[in-house]
Design a protein around this ligand. Structure first.
Ligand code: 8DG
Ligand code: MG
Ligand code: MG
Length: 146
């Protein structure tokens, strides 16, 4: 039943850029999950009828309370989590954005899912990063405008 129903889903995640920093939060997923206790970007599932920009803005607001602008597409990756206890597979859309009000601070609005949000210098990222993020960073990907 699980195999027949299993389909890739679409995730939209956002690099919120503030100076040289990005916003990351520690995921409170279940202990066997490959994202357990790793640092990841805010984001979530694309809803029916939504644009990538709308989804990024909505998920950031739901998870952090932050209002963002200049939300734009960066890249997409294919992320199979087939060895997790609950196998899943995401095509993940990576966006970037900046704060509408640079003084606004993140709130942890989903404390059952996240240990808290904080800004991390791009040259001094925390560890462990969620593996799709780790892979991007190691490949030399940089979300900042040139
Ligand atoms: P929702 O109910 O609010 O729509 O979903 P969510 O609970 O916020 O979903 P999520 O797990 O935060 O994001 C969906 C999937 O996107 C996640 O299970 C795996 C994939 N994903 C990555 N990299 C990242 C990342 O850096 N951050 C987030 N949040 N998700 C990511 O592959
Ligand atoms: Mg969410
Ligand atoms: Mg999320």
């Amino acid at each position: 039943e699980a195999a027949a129903a299993a389909v890739p889903r679409v995730g939209v995640v956002v690099y919120i850029l503030k100076g040289k920093s990005v916003l990351l939060g520690r995921r409170l997923s279940s202990s066997g999950d490959s994202s357990h206790a790793t640092f990841a970007l805010p984001g979530g599932h694309l809803e029916f009828g939504e644009s990538f920009e709308e989804c990024g803005v909505r998920e950031v607001k739901e998870e952090t309370g932050l209002d963002i602008e200049k939300t734009e597409f960066l890249t997409a990756t294919n992320n199979p989590f087939v060895n997790d206890p609950k196998p899943s597979h995401y095509v993940v859309i990576f966006m970037r954005a900046v704060l509408s009000d640079p003084l606004q601070q993140p709130q942890n609005l989903e404390p059952s899912k996240c240990g808290g949000w904080d800004w991390y210098d791009w040259d001094d990222l925390p560890s462990p990063l969620f593996w799709p993020l780790e892979k991007m960073v190691k490949s030399g990907f940089n979300p900042f405008p040139v």
